[in-house]
Write a protein that binds this ligand. Structure first.
Ligand code: NDP
Ligand code: 2IT
Length: 444
């Protein structure tokens, strides 16, 4: 490894020993950037990497709220404003009990390169809270969102920092946060994306991450003389990303045979009935365990690993580190041809290497799930123009963006590594643009 890269990694490992997901993401990324630093000694002279790995700003605050029983509650919330080198901070908000600073720093670091890869002018950020929306009433969620915004509104803005959804934050939460933001700021600007269609949201944003994932997979398979049609697909998760990934996979002629949530997974050899999944997850906020009852087919397994289900295409769309080396071995044993990350860093580094060493096509999340934030950037454009594009226009632009991302990471992989090392291709292509912008802007 390049000595400068190694030194910065060593320093990170010492300083942030407790932030294990952040260190993992940094290792995954910097581990592929050696050739860039070999070719650009001026980056070291400019202290570029030491600056790049530190967020520009972190905001940390308490969120007090009152539950339905009248008891005061308190959660912690954060906004990590990682990089504004190429545009205003942009990235989602995550509500999940596991949220901490290290997880949000990993997500904001990933987001910075992902946003660069989209080709659109957006910097990197991420935020969230350890609030758990599961089992809370709409009123409790609203009070929590309003209280969170009572602090966050000071730090965001349409040209400053534009939050959106992520795990546990969908249309309901964005609506409550945006409503309170508007009230406090007294202005109507596109400071959130993923808004409802009646108040400035973009058509196609709900579907964008999942659809975009399949547009990229389709391009990757074609470039390697494979085709999606007829493939058996396993999709983990059953949230926003998973549902629309499954929908587009089916539209393109593949067969989705398994989906999951954090309690277990369901296998349906007839093909997953997506109407049943949408009813359970989007309408009733229920559990995937009830799938066999709704769909009148399929079999549910509590716990276990969804990656034990044989498939040609695996799409991890739930959360970080959900696909381990052990899972990768099962998938390879069962003949998997391609893996693409709908979630952020769902595959451990060991599992990623195992796929690559065994000839499995592998697209990392920075490239593969960039469709969501891409359509978020299109939502920002529409808000600035005071216009609303129709679904087909947004969807066509999304498809072009994902095809361009694939072409870019494939070309970069061929130039700096091997033609199918899309992990290195994505990291280098994303990083170079941010690095050039940082060089141009001086030591800031
Ligand atoms: P949702 O909240 O809509 O769905 C999350 C899904 O993942 C649920 O099925 C959930 O199950 C499962 N899940 C969450 N945490 C865990 C866990 N610790 N263990 C096992 N399963 C878990 O979130 P999204 O679909 O929006 O996000 C999924 C992933 O995609 C995340 O990694 C996110 O960062 C990433 N992503 C999201 C984008 C977006 O536009 N929304 C864009 C790009 C990436 P349960 O209901 O049981 O908790
Ligand atoms: O991880 C992600 O890219 C997202 N959660 C979407 C971010 C956004 O701003 O739309």
């Amino acid at each position: 490894m390049n000595a400068y890269v190694q030194r910065v990694l060593d320093e990170l490992n010492q300083r942030y020993a407790h932030e294990k997901e952040f260190l993992q993401a940094a290792q995954e990324m910097l581990g592929t950037l050696s050739s860039v630093f070999d070719q650009h000694p001026e980056y070291e002279q400019a202290g570029l990497l030491e600056r790049f790995v530190e967020p520009e700003r972190v905001i940390l605050f308490r969120v007090p709220w009152v539950d339905d029983a009248g008891r005061p509650q308190v959660n912690r919330a954060y906004r990590v404003q990682f990089s504004s080198a190429i545009g205003p901070y942009k990235g989602g908000m995550r509500f999940h009990p596991s949220v901490n600073l290290g997880i949000l720093k990993f997500l904001a670091l990933e987001q910075t390169l992902k946003n660069s890869l989209t080709g659109l002018p957006i910097g990197g950020g991420k935020g969230g809270s350890d609030f758990n929306p599961r089992g809370k009433s709409d009123q409790e969620v609203m009070r929590f969102c309003q209280s969170l915004m009572n602090e966050l509104y000071r730090h965001i803005g349409a040209d400053v920092d534009i939050p959106a959804g992520d795990i546990g934050v969908g249309a309901r939460e964005v609506g409550y946060m945006y409503g309170q933001y508007k009230r406090l700021k007294g202005e109507y600007t596109g400071t959130f994306t993923g808004k409802g269609l009646t108040y400035g949201g973009s058509k196609g944003r709900t579907q964008a991450t999942g659809y975009g994932l399949l547009y990229l997979v389709d391009a990757m398979l074609k470039a390697n003389d494979l085709k999606l049609e007829g493939m058996g697909v396993v999709v983990s998760g059953s949230g926003n990303v998973a549902i629309y990934a499954a929908e587009k996979a089916m539209q393109l002629g593949a067969k989705v045979i398994a989906m999951s949530d954090s309690d277990g997974f369901v296998v349906d050899e007839n093909g997953i009935n997506l109407d049943a999944v949408k009813q359970i997850k989007l309408v009733e906020r229920g559990r995937i365990a009830s799938y066999p009852e709704y769909a009148k087919s399929g079999k549910y397994t509590a716990g276990g690993s969804i990656w034990s289900v044989p498939c040609q295409l695996a799409l991890p769309c739930a959360t970080q580190n959900e696909l381990t080396l052990e899972d990768a071995k099962m998938l390879v044993q069962n003949g998997v041809k391609a893996v693409a990350e709908g979630a952020n860093m769902p595959t451990t580094l060991e599992a990623t290497h195992f796929f690559q060493e065994n000839g499995v096509l592998f697209a990392s999340g920075k490239a593969a799930n960039a469709g969501g934030v891409s359509v978020s950037a299109l939502e920002m454009s529409q808000n600035s123009q005071r216009l609303s594009w129709d679904f087909d226009e947004v969807d066509q632009r999304l498809k072009t963006i994902m095809e361009d991302i694939f072409a870019n990471i494939a070309q970069t992989a061929a130039k700096y590594a091997t033609p199918t090392d899309y992990v290195t291709g994505a990291n280098i292509a994303g990083f170079l643009k941010v690095a050039e912008a940082m060089m141009a802007q001086g030591v800031v």
